[in-house]
Design a binder for this molecule. Sequence first.
Ligand code: NAD
Ligand code: UGA
Length: 473
Amino acid sequence: KKINMVKICCIGAGYVGGPTMAVIALKCPSIEVAVVDISVARIAAWNSDQLPIYEPGLEDIVKQCRGKNLSFSSDVEKHVCEADIIFVSVNTPTKTRGLGAGKAADLTYWESAARMIADVSKSDKIVVEKSTVPVKTAEAIEKILTHNSKGINYQILSNPEFLAEGTAIQDLFNPDRVLIGGRETPEGRKAVQALKEVYANWVSEDRIITTNLWSAELSKLAANAFLAQRISSVNAISALCEATGADVSEVAYAVGKDTRIGPKFLNASVGFGGSCFQKDILNLIYICECNGLPEVANYWKQVIKINDYQKNRFVNRVVASMFNTVAGKKIAVLGFAFKKDTGDTRETPAIDVCKGLLGDKAKICIYDPQVSEDQIQRDLAMNKFDWDHPIHLQPMSPTAVKEVSVTWDAYEATKGAHGICILTEWDEFKKLDYAKIYQSMQKPAFIFDGRNVVDPVKLREIGFIVYSIGKPL
Ligand code: NAD
Ligand code: UGA
């Protein structure tokens, strides 16, 4: 079979499956790509003008390829049956119940995808783990597939995804590396080669790393743990900066100038969020514990503890500086997404901050350029870890928190407010007319900048009382 006849199917049309497959379709015109999902609503959205996720550059690519070599379908079985290479990019949330609850990865969705593949396949398949999974998952998947194989040959590969939301298209076009792990058998090597040829359509050879299965699976968890650790490190230092009069931006710049450390990913913040850092570190911790390595587990736990500490610290600072109470006060929250340029709110620190302020009886008015009122109300009503289960399994109409209102306008959100919390680093927050906002607020007017996006000196000139992360007052 020639490479130009390859059919790819991706199970899971989410933040990873959608953009990744769109880019493969764009870069490999001779490959037919089908993205499938059990969520009919999500597939319908992928086929409409209003894509289910916001990602700069994505819409152009989807419009260019959809109907040519890229399709979105809820006929999961048909496309799995026809495919040569099957990517599995379903969600792998933290378990909420039973063994390992609150830590271990929940592989329910993965396992049901694997069983479905075994049920419907009539030809040999390469099955690619795209989801982030615990080390040794490939072994489990291999068992499910081979014990149900009906004589079909399956090769399992691990090909973790390193894209970040908000820059997904850029990251996919120009990845630091593509990692492919496979079995060290002749068939395994052949499968690795086949997947390598797909990426080689646009990624240079020296950036395609091949390893054994377990290294690939573990590298993904390790990479996210290292990244999150950098943020917890700079956030820990930010607390010390506030106590001493040092400025965390100056410290991070000076530290990052060391080429061994590097300048990126050292922005102090209200805390990291997103669907993966916490989930993947918890997963890593669980694996360490299961392998009898409590010291290693405890080392990584600290990264999450500092992140929780940072979010709490932010809320405490708001309440303490506003004369120890925010009861009945209007607090404007600018930004709800977990980072800029995405509408994704999974594990966003804004959820914890808002819940903390509501706990002190504040009235909150939220503005985010990409997040809807529905989504915000759902997030504030949801239990920890419930968010990462497919949308159709989430509570449909939670009772709205009545102390929370949501607007589509920053000026409306801040009007009459006692304080402003900036929780996402959206570029537009740098360009707001703060003099106008100041005029419309209660006095003294407070700003708590959880992302260090505004210039405290300029705002103080206007009259604001400004608290930044890790900066002198
Ligand atoms: P997501 O929730 O956006 O998408 C997963 C999709 O899979 C959902 O639409 C769900 O309906 C579907 N699904 C679940 N079970 C299915 C089944 N049996 N058959 C068909 N469809 C099914 O999740 P995501 O953010 O795309 O993440 C997917 C995986 O990729 C996770 O393991 C995550 O850790 C990893 N990852 C995510 C990112 C990111 O930036 N979001 C980056 C790298 C890796
Ligand atoms: C992260 C990784 O960067 C990706 O490589 C990885 O593929 C992905 O997780 C995943 O496995 O899901 P993502 O969560 O989309 O990507 O976004 P990041 O840019 O890493 O930001 C994560 C959080 O850290 C955000 O809340 C962000 O605001 C925060 N952050 C980031 C900081 O607080 N300071 C920084 O300097 C950088």
